[in-house]
Design a protein around this ligand. Sequence first.
Ligand code: SF4
Ligand code: SF4
Length: 433
Amino acid sequence: MQLLAGTTKKKGKAPDKEGRGEAEAGPSRNQLAKERPPLFAEELWACIYCNYCSAECPTAREVGWESTTPRGKIRMFKSLVDQWSPKRGVEVPDAFVRAIYECTSCGRCSVVCHVGIDFLTHHEELRRWMARSGCGPMEDHDVMVRSLENYGNPYLSPSRDRARWAEGLDLPTKGELLYFAGCSDSFVHPDVARRTVAVLRALGMDVAYLGNDEPCCGSTTARLGLESPFADLASDVRTRIEGSGAKLVVTACPGCSSAFREYYPKAGFDLDVEVVHLAELPDRELRKGRLRFRDRLPGRYVYYDPCHLGRIDGVFEPPRRVLEACVEEVVELARNHEESLCCGSGGGLKTAFPDQATSIGGRVVEMAQDARADTLVTACPWCETNIGDASAARTAGLRVVDIIEVVHQALRLDEAEEGTEKRKRRAPGRLVG
Ligand code: SF4
Ligand code: SF4
């Protein structure tokens, strides 16, 4: 599988607000896009340049350049369309490449646009056009993409280690409920994966898991615009899920759940199963009266809405209801629900611009401190990592955890041995933590 038909070859010096500075970046890495720029992006002509979206864009606020704002990107793109000709194509400048990858795919611009421009959708189509033309993604994404090609995950971790977290749990590979752990929990947050299985078993559910045969969901390739690798991964995932006999797929990563629910159908890879995010399951059990918590955990907790679970998938209340049920005090961040501020790690930003990502995550940490929360709870491993990194960088002392860890603690599952037959068969009605 050839993942990189052509990535940008040199990062170059950051352009200034007018896009100057490229001459100092050494040999130009501009590349010619022969393919016509995306037709549907003509909707961008409706832009009235009000700049309302720019104040809401996390990367634009961080960088401060006009070129990084959605408005600036639209202006540059329109200029490329004007210059394109069937004979010559168009030269895509470094400033545009950089601007298009200075985006976390947070979707805030699509929500706030006065004239209804769904800029995130256009942005993703622009990335696909650039990747097809050999103008993207950036060189800094190369390591991650090569890692997917060689190891089947974006973390440069040997594929044989994928299922290490599940050792001793005796998880079958076939069953009606399939836990899709995803690369992040498998390799970066293995404790969350183990606790997830413990919670699901405590809910009386029989859990199946694909083990080392679980592929990457491909969301990172989709967001970078790499269509062919994404299609390969989606096809593999669909085949393996079909082979498992699953009727319900549960994942703790909004990257996986949004890939399965949104990107797969768009690319022709419908999964003939129900897909739920893990934060939704305890909520279902709560509402059916099959889950209660005897004591609430002490502390002041705040829930952080991950972009792809909240703003894009529309899952806001289930994790809040779960949190309300198992901790003493829940407060809100100044920006929440649809207005949630991106954590900074999505869309490949953390890979290509790690300082920007940490800095954006720092704004979330500041909001949590303003809310005087001691624990920030999220439902996304990417958010957990990036906000955790930002908190550590600021020595803020903010505890950042996944919601399933709170449920696990509230159910006192850490007091018993995980993975025992006793817990596997515990009746839902006895779930009183
Ligand atoms: S998706 Fe988010 S980061 Fe990307 S341009 Fe829109 S507001 Fe900015
Ligand atoms: S909010 Fe909409 S119309 Fe205004 S600058 Fe942004 S994309 Fe253009």
